[in-house]
Design a protein around this ligand. Structure first.
Ligand code: C2E
Ligand code: MG
Ligand code: MG
Ligand code: MG
Length: 284
């Protein structure tokens, strides 16, 4: 559990994860090595952010980017989050990693805005453990202040399930941030276990329909009916709707036709390293 993991991390300090106990499984040994390598990656600044554009569905304009972490591993090359974030979350390291992500994404956005992209915003993914931190609100506000960003250019993406362990506290933290202007997005919507009352209680500004519903949206398929319903639900809760994982022209037309506000996906733009982003502003 997360608390034990945090305790464990603090007790054993930074670089002391290469200890083995009799009977310790291969899996545990591998996790210990990964944790140790993640600590080192933080110190050596081996993480970087890729940025995937978000497009206004009706106009096709880029409205901002989602920051997605990558690990430039000295031997293994560029690693995607699925290969290391679950372990970072399990052992509490996601807090340090997440703080870095927030700071770096805000720093980068402030730079782009100073170079003329004044209408761009940035979205940062938050883990369950980050959401469980009482310090979260102050940290986010301090970061915005540090880079002199108006709060409404930052979106925090959470999942339905990430707030489920302490729903009241999470909702109140998010509400405080929303009151200051920060946008809250519910990521991977439709795949978690949240019920609709709980959804109503979350102070969200945006719903991102999970890629799972986007596959197979041929006319008459069940997914089509579900997506139409989600969009209707979002409308009545006054939430913006984002379709993520748009890969084909047919999907793009389908979501635009149903009134989706924002589109994201490989068809329109893959996640890019920071230095490839600014040319997109000039393209338009
Ligand atoms: P997510 O937030 O739902 O992000 C969308 C994922 O789908 C990204 O994978 C993105 O590259 C991928 N994607 C985007 N468009 C398409 C498409 O058209 N087709 C397909 N097949 N995939 C598409 P990525 O970058 O590997 O990230 C995976 C997950 O890792 C993210 O899912 C998010 O939950 C988590 N994550 C990434 N960065 C961070 C971070 O900085 N902090 C935290 N806590 N989680 C992060
Ligand atoms: Mg996301
Ligand atoms: Mg998602
Ligand atoms: Mg996801």
């Amino acid at each position: 559990n997360a608390d034990t993991a945090m305790y464990y991390t603090k007790q054993h300090g930074r670089n002391n994860f290469h200890f083995y106990q009799h009977g310790m499984g291969d899996r545990q040994i591998q996790e210990n090595q990964l944790i140790s390598a993640l600590h080192q990656a933080l110190r050596n600044q081996e993480f970087c952010l890729y940025y995937q554009p978000k497009f206004c569905a009706p106009t096709g304009a880029i409205i901002g980017f989602e920051a997605l972490i990558r690990w430039q591993h000295p031997e293994k090359g560029l690693l995607s989050p699925d290969s290391f974030l679950p372990c970072a979350e399990k052992y509490g390291l996601i807090i340090a990693v997440g703080n870095w992500v927030l700071d770096e994404a805000c720093r980068q956005l402030a730079q782009w805005r100073s170079e003329g992209a004044t209408h761009w915003s940035v979205a940062v993914n938050l883990s369950a453990l980050q959401l469980a931190q009482p310090e979260l609100v102050a940290q986010v506000l301090t970061c915005l202040e540090k880079y002199q960003l108006p709060p409404d250019v930052l979106t925090l993406e959470i999942t339905e399930t990430s707030a489920i362990n302490n729903p009241q506290e999470s909702a109140s933290r998010l509400a405080q941030l929303k009151a200051r202007g920060v946008k809250i997005s519910i990521d991977d919507f439709g795949t978690g276990y949240a019920n609709l009352l709980y959804l109503k209680a979350l102070p969200a500004s945006e719903l991102k329909i999970d890629r799972a519903f986007i596959k197979d949206t041929d006319p008459g398929s069940q997914n089509t009916a579900i997506v139409a319903l989600i969009i209707e639900l979002a409308r009545s809760l006054k939430l913006n709707v984002v379709a993520e994982g748009v890969e084909t022209k047919a999907q793009k037309d389908f979501f635009t036709g149903l009134g989706c506000d924002v589109l994201q996906g490989y068809l329109l733009g893959k996640p890019l390293p920071a230095q490839s982003v600014m040319p997109l502003l000039q393209e338009r």
